[in-house]
Design a protein around this ligand. Structure first.
Ligand SMILES: O=C(CO)[C@H](O)[C@H](O)COP(=O)(O)O
Length: 138
């Protein structure tokens, strides 16, 4: 299994937190940026991750922007992508178990530290659990 992650400038810190969580758990992953808080266009990053998942280059994708909404809209335009915008661990579990979601979209401004520190910590666990639930080997 390989997880591919990207964000825009508004999702940078949460994405980096998730990358660290995956690395700590030994989950294969690819972080495709961006690397700075310079403003970028989220559709470019949504397309990069969506293409990778749709082609099989990656098993699961994670996209983070300010709200997660734009990322989910763009990702779901790609054939073969079932992107789920989740704000809770329950939603992420259901997205995998009931909807076979293959891209997790998160909003840093919704679940991130500046808005709700406890949710920020939960979101790291959320991704790790979603990845683990794929059933694929790490
Ligand atoms: O959430 C988003 C898209 O759904 C973007 O992250 C957000 O629109 C970026 O806003 P700004 O350029 O003002 O930082």
């Amino acid at each position: 299994m390989k997880v591919i992650l990207a964000s825009d400038h508004a999702g940078l810190e949460l994405r980096q937190e998730l990358v660290a969580a995956l690395a700590a758990q030994g989950v294969a992953h690819e972080d495709v940026g961006p690397s700075t808080r310079d403003s970028v266009d989220y559709p470019d990053f949504a397309a990069r991750v969506s293409r990778a998942v749709a082609s099989g280059e990656a098993t699961l994708g994670v996209l983070v922007c300010g709200t997660g909404i734009g990322m989910s809209i763009v990702a779901n335009k790609h054939k073969g992508i079932r992107a789920a915008l989740c704000t809770t661990e329950f939603e992420a579990r259901m997205a995998r178990a009931h909807n076979d979601a293959n891209v997790l979209c998160l909003g840093q401004r919704v679940v991130g530290p500046a808005w709700a520190a406890p949710s920020w910590r939960r979101s790291s666990a959320l991704l790790s659990r979603a990845a683990a639930m794929s059933g694929a080997s790490r």
